[in-house]
Design a protein around this ligand. Structure first.
Ligand code: ADP
Length: 372
């Protein structure tokens, strides 16, 4: 299997010019990222001799060949000169006055990242906050559908894009301007550049929270975005099965690398509430559902939370990573239908488990921001 170590082994064959020591043992390889069929080697050389730097880059490109993969080299500044993510100048990078920029990420697609991001934005708005939502998921912009929008945003003076507004939330999506035609030919650097530019071109006005729906994955695109966009915190959405959880680890590493605070993990589709009623139930009845013994109440009703995946996976992983488990969102058909209909569930019914969990999540985000 192709992994980081395979690449490192190849890199170990390259010596620093004029030395018999290799560039890996010199600590010049800061990271290796494998994103689908791309390998990116992050190289940091403290020497001010540009010729030497170029020579090493050339040698890596020429001698490290891994079948089926495209390798690129990124030269980064040595640690001491390197800028960390500077959120103090975010008001310069962003058009508007934004209190908190919160990114919602996931290791892979389909875990409910957009669903969580959108409903979090709605819950924050319900709690009285001024909220913006930016759908940066350029490969699959969801906002035009999930919020039931088919208008185009206005462009002011040919420069600034004015976000659309629905249910009091300012909304912007790549889908609004690209007509939902995901530009699939865009790759890493171009995606990051376009997104960064897009981010700057939107006129947000004054907001308490801007929620970013990041593209799925923890590869180069996300890494670059996290470096360019001044995020105050990130949330990782996962489902409680092993593959998604492995992705959480990668996501946490990525945010660590760029100095973005990981606020915690949201476990989606944690369980499904099963409820029903037995007519003429005798006292102290119980019923077995998928090998679980469930008590039937005196009025004949019963309910239990059925784990669709491994139980407690998100919890153990968040503990291991030392980050909080911010919410456990149940599987809910109403939630799914609300997404399809473009009418966010948190605006409809605040008594269900699913809405309570979104409101709880929003409250934690507010509490965290207040404690900063
Ligand atoms: P992602 O952004 O991670 O690709 P989405 O938010 O688009 O995922 O969700 C994928 C699908 O799963 C959508 O059809 C959505 O309605 C559905 N979905 C997400 N979360 C839930 C949930 N808790 N219960 C039921 N369906 C869900």
């Amino acid at each position: 299997m192709m992994d980081k170590n395979t690449v490192l082994k190849e890199l170990q064959k390259i010596n620093y010019p004029g030395f018999s020591r290799d560039i890996v043992s010199f600590g010049m390889i800061k990271d290796v990222i494998i994103d689908q069929k791309n390998i990116i080697v992050f190289l940091s050389i403290s020497s001010s001799n540009d010729e030497k730097k170029l020579q090493i880059v050339k040698e890596i490109r020429e001698s490290v060949k891994i079948d089926g993969f495209h390798l690129s080299v990124k030269v980064i500044e040595p640690e001491e000169n390197r800028k960390t993510v500077d959120t103090s100048n975010k008001h310069l990078n962003v058009d508007g006055k934004i209190g908190n920029i919160i990114a919602v990420a996931s290791g892979k697609g389909g875990v409910g990242k957009s669903t969580v991001a959108l409903n979090l934005a709605c819950s924050l708005s319900l709690l009285g906050k001024k909220v913006g939502f930016l759908d940066l998921d350029i490969y699959g912009p969801s906002l035009p559908i999930t919020f039931g929008i088919n208008e185009n945003p206005e462009v002011k003076d040919g420069k600034k894009i004015v976000p659309l507004e629905k249910n009091g939330i300012k909304l912007m999506s790549f889908g609004f301007i690209s007509g939902n035609q995901a530009p699939v030919i865009w790759r890493g650097p171009l995606v990051a550049k376009m997104t960064e530019q897009f981010f700057r071109d939107v006129e947000w006005g004054e907001l308490d929270y801007l929620i970013l729906d990041l593209p799925p994955g923890t590869g180069d695109v996300q890494l670059t975005l996290s470096q360019k966009i001044p995020m105050d915190g990130a949330i990782i959405v996962t489902t409680p099965n092993d593959i998604s959880l492995a992705d959480v680890r990668k996501g946490a590493d990525m945010f660590n690398k760029v100095g973005t605070k990981l606020l915690g993990v949201v476990e989606n589709m944690s369980y499904m509430k099963i409820y029903g009623e037995i007519k003429n139930a005798k006292e102290d009845s119980n019923i077995t559902i998928n090998n679980h013994l469930v008590n039937v109440k005196a009025d004949g009703t019963f309910e239990f939370n059925y784990s669709l995946f491994k139980n407690g996976g998100g919890k153990s992983e968040s503990e291991r990573l030392g980050v909080s488990m911010l919410a456990q969102i149940p599987y809910s058909q109403d939630l799914m239908l609300s997404i399809d209909r473009g009418t966010p569930i948190v605006f409809q019914d605040n008594s269900s488990d699913v809405v309570k969990s979104f409101n709880g999540l929003a409250q934690k985000i507010i509490d965290n921001a207040n404690s900063e």
